[in-house]
Design a protein around this ligand. Structure first.
Ligand code: GUN
Ligand code: FE
Length: 423
């Protein structure tokens, strides 16, 4: 079905400050793209099938800008550790298991199913260093109907033998992987994924910079997440002005031909922030992970006021929940603590801002995604919020606020990605 109309209580974001809503409105889908929201259905659309979800909320699908599919299996373990110990103790041994494609297929299917049934319609997702398993993850995501960018991870140092590639091997496997998957799937595409700077030698980063230029694929990685990590990067790259500058040296830090997402940015200094802004680097703000691993609280208010592109990430398994409703509530909570305890010049996030980040903010990495404005890809889900007992009593903005704090995945009753109905 390419053309249809959704009817219900619609809410979407135009900019971080403003929620748009239309009670009992009509959202028109033409060829997978929004043809706008209407109070009364224009005559020219009257022949389109009408999906009537009266009384339910209809929201743009969420974009999870940062998650690790192989970590889904051990989420909520090791939360008494900080980043570097947590990676050594839990992450690296678990990711090594994805050498086995049968293990990968079984466990990636569980992650994909969790994502499919919740409110997220897209994600930028890390696999592991293993090419074949990463290809299985891509195949499963495409089959699910979700849209995603997926990365085969690069690591050639500072990890156990079972999860480390040779420098040449890492580059060659990456090229082979890109050649195998580029253009293969309509909704799942490759993204270059050096794990973080401590995992990659200069020689590998140099090769990845060349691969990026040759194949024109975007980049995702981690930036300035944890104090020990940032100090370690300074030791490993003594010439660089900051962590971001070290990526930039290899051509892996944004710019017109290199769309880039950096997760966390908890500890970025002024120069690093200025460079992100200049290069249009997207920040994936991962509040739950930053609390669980005691990394800190990113200055999200500052990033918003400097207009640095930004969205939210679950950072499974630094975070425990795939649903970005949870990330929105966490983003608001930690911003209040930061404001109260760290810097009272940076006001807490508001509900419209958190909603913007989960929808249009992160969606922008995929183009016109994350809003119901005309011309946006039609990613949407229908939420049955009747459990909260508020039909007829609350405004749509209030119902959204309650959904952010209260919703469960089983209240997502229908979902659309680029106009295709998943359920
Ligand atoms: N930095 C490098 N690898 C990881 C990871 O798997 N998770 C998080 N949160 N940070 C990282
Ligand atoms: Fe991460």
């Amino acid at each position: 079905m390419k053309n249809f109309v959704l009817k219900g209580d619609l809410c979407w974001s135009r900019d971080p400050q403003h929620l748009e809503s239309r009670k009992n409105g009509y959202l028109v889908c033409e060829n997978g793209v929004s043809a706008g929201v209407y109070e009364t259905l224009p005559e020219k659309y009257s022949a389109y099938p009408l999906l009537d979800y009266a009384g339910k909320l209809i929201l743009p699908g969420f974009t999870d800008l940062h998650a690790h599919a192989p970590q889904y299996r051990y989420r909520a373990l090791g939360m008494d550790l900080e980043l570097l110990e947590w990676l050594d103790t839990h992450t690296f041994p678990q990711e090594a298991l994805y050498q086995d494609t049968a293990h990968a297929r079984k466990n990636y299917a569980r992650f994909v199913e969790e994502m499919r049934k919740g409110p997220n319609t897209r994600g930028c997702i890390f696999g592991t260093i293993h090419r074949e398993s990463t290809e299985i993850l891509m195949e499963l995501l495409e089959e699910s109907g979700l849209a995603a960018m997926v990365g085969k991870v690069n690591m050639d140092r500072h990890s156990p033998d079972i999860l480390r590639e040779g420098t040449e091997e890492s580059a060659e496997e990456t090229i082979r992987w890109i050649q195998e998957v580029q253009g293969k799937y309509p909704h799942v595409t490759p993204i270059l994924t050096p794990r973080f700077l401590p995992s990659c030698t200069d020689a590998l980063l140099e090769k990845l910079g060349k691969i990026q230029k040759k194949f024109h694929i975007p980049v995702q990685s981690h930036l300035s997440e944890n104090r020990s990590e940032v100090a370690w990067v300074q030791e490993l790259f003594p010439q660089s002005k900051n962590y971001g500058d070290a990526y930039d040296h290899f051509g892996l830090f944004g710019g017109e031909n290199c769309p880039t997402i950096m997760a966390h940015c908890v500890l970025s200094d002024d120069a690093e922030i200025a460079l992100m802004k200049e290069r249009g680097v997207f920040i994936a703000h991962c509040p739950e992970s930053n609390t669980n691993l005691a990394s800190g609280i990113a200055p999200v208010r500052r990033y918003l006021s400097e207009e640095i592109p930004m969205g939210l990430g679950s950072d499974i398994a630094g975070g425990t929940r795939c649903s970005l409703f949870y990330a929105m509530a966490e983003a608001i909570r930690v911003s209040k603590l930061r404001w109260r305890l760290v810097d009272d010049r940076l006001a807490p996030l508001t509900i419209p801002e958190a909603f913007y980040l989960a929808t249009k903010g992160g969606g922008a990495f995929f183009g016109k995604v994350g809003s119901f404005e005309e011309g946006y890809l039609l990613d949407a889900f229908v939420l049955d919020d009747s459990r909260y007992d508020n039909i007829g009593e609350y405004t749509i903005a209030e119902r959204l606020e309650r959904a952010i704090y209260l919703s469960e995945d089983n209240e997502v009753c229908h979902k659309f990605v680029e106009g295709r109905q998943l359920f």
